[in-house]
Ligand binder design. Sequence first.
Ligand code: SAH
Ligand code: SF4
Ligand code: F3S
Length: 497
Amino acid sequence: MAIYFAIFKLLLNKNKCVIIFRGRDFMNLPSLKDAKLRTKSEILIKENDYKVPEEMRKIGLGKKYYLKTYGCQMNVHDSENISAILEDMGFKYTDNLEDADLVILNTCAIRENAHNKMFGFLGRVKHLKESKPNIICGICGCMAQEENVVDAIKNKYDWVDIVFGTHNIHKLPFILETSLKQKSQEIEVYSKEGEVYENIPVKRDSKYKAWVNIMFGCDKFCTYCIVPYTRGKQRSRKKEYILDEVKELVSHGYKEVTLLGQNVNAYGKDLDTNYTMSDLLKDVALTGIERIRFVTSHPWDFDDKMIDVIAKYDNIMPYIHLPLQSGSNRILKLMGRRYTKEKYIELFNKLKEKIPNCSITTDIIVAFPGETEEDFNDTLDVVNTCKFDSAFTFIFSPREGTPAASMKDNLTIEEKNNRLYKLNELVNKYANINNQKYLGKTVKVLLEDYSEKKGNLMGYTDTMKLVNVKASDEYLGKIVDVEITDVKTWSLDGKIK
Ligand code: SAH
Ligand code: SF4
Ligand code: F3S
């Protein structure tokens, strides 16, 4: 089919470049070339109520779906949308893969190991499909936006039934119906800049805390990162929709919202107004929701107005995830991060000074192409200066199509692992020292779920410390005073005060 389109286009255009480009475009296959584009074209906001068409509401009756989610909170929230759509189609959820009639993998493309995990799991699904041939298998999320992944699925995994991307979750019922009717592999992925779909149904995982998208996509194009290609152009939601969503959550008894975006500090910069993240934070605070969090902050767009708002409102949590990525100015430049180590530390100090009791966590990449021992030591220096509450640390993973993937990589695997190990030792040391300060203190914790520790509930402090609390079920969903009785590197233990 693809070939027919290509020939058809060849006849029409007599231009080879156009053929390849148009071939993927017309076939609804992802295209790196399209995903890179950023134009001034207006973002389409789809405001109509979303409804699964009547004739598709029985497709899942008597059937179960299994949904596996990889990656960041964006994907976790997308999965909440996918669940709601599937349940509107009659499917029921199962957490047992063997029981499922439909298996959907919502994937992440951020590093090679995310790829490997998903292909590993796909092997299990294939095995299952050999004994239960009617199982439907679907792949969506960020890997579905990658040209090489979709080509591999078409060529080597022809038993996968449906593939859809991050821009067309709302099309799931249609794609599924077509695949079922035609017994065909249906792939529908768009690499255009993206639209904003309001009112897609959502089945939230928690009754107490909720994810709220405030923006989609990313225009920062850090040289190592695949996200701007898999999630499209930065598109902020209109403030009215965000505030209505938060107000509705409050009316349903939700205690906490986390405002989601790849660069929440840049909220509003793509809209035709002067309304920015600090205005939004203030308005969300005024809805009366008890706890507000936001991820992720890019140091580049963190302005003083925002710091003042966080400091002023008690229901904006004193917790900031502020990715550093590297402590070397040379590497930061190669990464396209647009700040220096000095600027980062200046911002860090300002946050600590103005927001009482503020905890700050970070992301760090080691072994970026060309990273010398000196560059790496600069990173360790910043960690020694900032003494982060915690950090997610990664070895650089080349992502096909990003500029850093073609930069020269000079280190052996052992050297990379050694750097990661050394960094983790330091990060853990400060995580532990920071946690020790909580011993004997009384803190507020939203008890959100059962803990892995028997007889305990778990939740987070204002500052995002995980606490296991000896408490009975009646405390679930409540924000309670907890006295910290024991401290570990990654969690605290406590009892109700
Ligand atoms: N929008 C966020 C980050 C989202 S991705 C920000 O700009 O801070 C989460 C983290 O994954 C990044 O902060 C980075 O540390 C890491 N990451 C992204 N691409 C990577 C790559 N190619 N290799 C290794 N780590 C990567
Ligand atoms: Fe990736 Fe950079 Fe955008 Fe974060 S800001 S999502 S690291 S490109
Ligand atoms: Fe992964 Fe996509 Fe999130 S690449 S980190 S799931 S935006």
